[in-house]
Design a protein around this ligand. Sequence first.
Ligand SMILES: Nc1ncnc2c1ncn2[C@@H]1O[C@H](COP(=O)(O)OP(=O)(O)OP(=O)(O)O)[C@@H](O)[C@H]1O
Length: 307
Amino acid sequence: MANAIVTDRLTKYFGGRRVVNGLNLQVREGSVYALLGRNGAGKSTTIRMLLGLLKPDFGTAELLGEEVSQITPATRAQIGWVGEGHPLYRWMTVDGAIRFVRPFYQQWNGEFVDQVLDHFDIPKKKRLSKLSNGQRAQVSLALAVAPDPKLLILDDPTIGLDAVVRRDFLESIIQIIQQQGRTILFSSHILSDVDRVADHIGILSEGVLRVDCPTEHFRESIRKVVVELSEPLQEPPACPGLLSSSASGERVELVIVNYGDEHRAYIDSLSPRSMDVLEFNLEDAFVAYTRGRKGTMPVFRREAMHV
Ligand SMILES: Nc1ncnc2c1ncn2[C@@H]1O[C@H](COP(=O)(O)OP(=O)(O)OP(=O)(O)O)[C@@H](O)[C@H]1O
């Protein structure tokens, strides 16, 4: 299957600091890819380079098969985007914003826009500055989706939205991807949302893409093992793929990547009184992973994982 987004060693420096570092990203057509990372990891900078809003210092990015700096108007019209904070001209009315954006595109699904406005009780005559954050987010999404883009890029689209509005927003996204061949790349900090809609995740840490694999694969690869020993451990636990550990008396908790036979053998060697192997949800797995010591984070790529 073709890729909707491909970057090759994409790199950006700010004031001598490398905030995006040799990024090789491939987002397959038809997938929903969530770009994750802690604050300042480089997500927005990456997205701004993809959208041509920021020039890379090194490397290239292609959207729908065209180099970003030379993208043709026809291809540009196939790409919808929503920036961080939903930057719309707030002095415009909703109707005015629609009339402003509409002429840039050949195709326009006015019915979809009306449905969104209706569903969220957004009056067309109201100024964008007078709408709530959630309503403005929906207007941004409606305007990005109305041209029926093949590729949708969303920078933290649900920031500041309540749980109900977020759910509705995600429903809209799910509807969009049910149309075949549509691709979505979005950044987010709300891992339960990501788990609901994204089939693939990428985790940036200090500008480096450390994880790039199916969402499920990442979640299922990290386990918490709770062990009750007969006496406290004398030495720090030593087993492969150990992300973190904590001990309180005889109770030891280990967070392990790719839990398997060798880990069981190690734990057996401690002669435990009991042990439990617990699964993580995506948020816990993300926290366990990104909290780990820098430089020792295992790398997850596609199906393979190297510890
Ligand atoms: N225009 C700029 N000038 C200087 N430094 C910048 C600029 N934009 C971003 N940075 C820095 O680059 C780093 C990456 O920022 P970026 O906004 O890409 O992170 P992010 O992953 O989107 O973070 P968040 O989750 O907090 O939105 C940060 O350290 C930030 O301070």
